[in-house]
Ligand binder design. Structure first.
Ligand code: BTX
Length: 329
């Protein structure tokens, strides 16, 4: 750890009291003059620091900018995000996370970037990740569940994200099966779950979350305009990325623990409360087939339950759904 990181940690641990220059100089094993120079550097980076003669130093506020340090300040989790990897620009946080996971990164490690140049969606689609406009992050998990249950983690993540958005922004998110978050019927966030597993054991899972936050209409790629939205476009407010990330991580940790402790049923009920088009007619497409059907809900293990036009019930584990107005039918 760098001296600077240690300095920020010490100051963050004592937010309400002052720490003397001498105490810092002892703890960090540097001169008092070097302590003072570090404080000036922190101020340049947007930290607000109060220095009082005879009392010492105290952090008043952290910069808005994302960094491993600023993310820790005010993060109330036990394990999720306690270790973070921050990149200002990267092709995809998924790549970085896979690599870190192969190198044994801990359960709960979070990779986050200000910008992705090759952000990925499902099935090789791309995910636009404009600089400093949204949350682009990947969470490394090492769950002790069977690999075939991994799709439930996607549904669980969508519930955790929807909960965090509802509470943090007062918006009314809906989840389009399995995991798109919609506001006013437009895509605001997507989730991508990737897994490394053997027959009966998961080595690790990487859950990618992309959330459009402060995009104005012109910040959205042209082919997305009208189909996608951002928190700013929905609420007319700009949101602090760091605070959103912290709330999402807190919500995620809680929901994940509930899932691991109690299984999928509790998640299923919460998912259905957010479920988009439940009780309505949709089209569901798989690689081979396409059905027009009524969307009844999801099953105890996370499958899509449909009632086809001849009254039959059908369960699908992977499909794309669409709805009629959008198809122009
Ligand atoms: P998806 O396959 O459901 O969605 C991808 C589709 O969504 C694209 O084909 C496009 O039509 C549309 N789209 C692309 N970018 C956006 C956007 N910014 N807002 C709304 N719609 C968009 C969803 O895949 C999963 C996305 C996960 C993204 C995260 S970001 C952090 C992590 N790193 C990474 O490369 N991917 C994940």
């Amino acid at each position: 750890e760098s001296t600077r990181t240690r300095l920020i940690k010490i100051l963050s641990a004592e937010r309400d009291s002052y720490i003397s220059g001498q105490a810092l100089s002892d703890a960090l094993n540097i001169s008092r003059n070097a302590v003072w120079k570090h404080m000036k550097e922190l101020e340049k980076d947007g930290y607000e620091i109060e220095g009082k003669p005879r009392k010492g130093y105290r952090i008043l506020s952290f910069p808005d900018k994302l960094s491993s340090n600023t993310l820790q300040w005010g993060l109330h989790t036990n394990w999720l995000g306690q270790h973070t990897i921050h990149k200002s620009s990267t092709p995809s946080t998924q790549f970085v996370a896979h690599q870190a996971a192969r190198e044994m990164a801990a359960h709960g490690t979070v990779v986050i970037a200000d910008e992705q140049t090759q952000g990925r969606g499902r099935m090789n689609r791309s995910w636009y990740s404009a600089k400093e406009k949204g949350v682009w992050m990947s969470i490394i998990l090492r769950p002790g569940i069977q690999p075939y249950l991994a799709p439930q983690l996607t549904l669980m993540s969508a519930v955790a994200l929807a909960d965090a958005l509802r509470r943090h922004t007062g918006t009314k998110p809906l989840i389009k099966w399995p995991n798109d978050i919609l506001l006013s019927g437009k895509k605001t966030a997507g989730i991508l779950t990737e897994m490394q597993a053997e027959q009966d054991q998961i080595q690790y899972v990487v859950i990618g979350i992309g959330l459009n936050v402060n995009h104005q209409e012109t910040d959205l790629a042209e082919d997305l305009q009208g189909r996608a939205t951002s928190l700013y476009l929905e609420t007319g407010k700009t949101w602090q990325i760091k605070e959103l990330v912290q709330d999402i991580l807190q919500s995620f940790e809680k929901t994940y623990e509930q899932y691991i402790d109690n299984g999928f049923p509790a998640i299923k009920d919460r998912w259905e409360k957010y479920g988009f088009k439940i009780g309505e007619k949709i089209t569901a497409k798989t690689l081979k087939d396409s059905w027009k059907a009524k969307f009844l809900g999801i099953s105890e293990d996370g499958a899509l339950i449909l009632q086809t036009e001849n009254g039959e019930t059908k369960q699908l584990y992977s499909a794309e759904i669409d709805w009629f107005e959008r198809n122009g039918q």
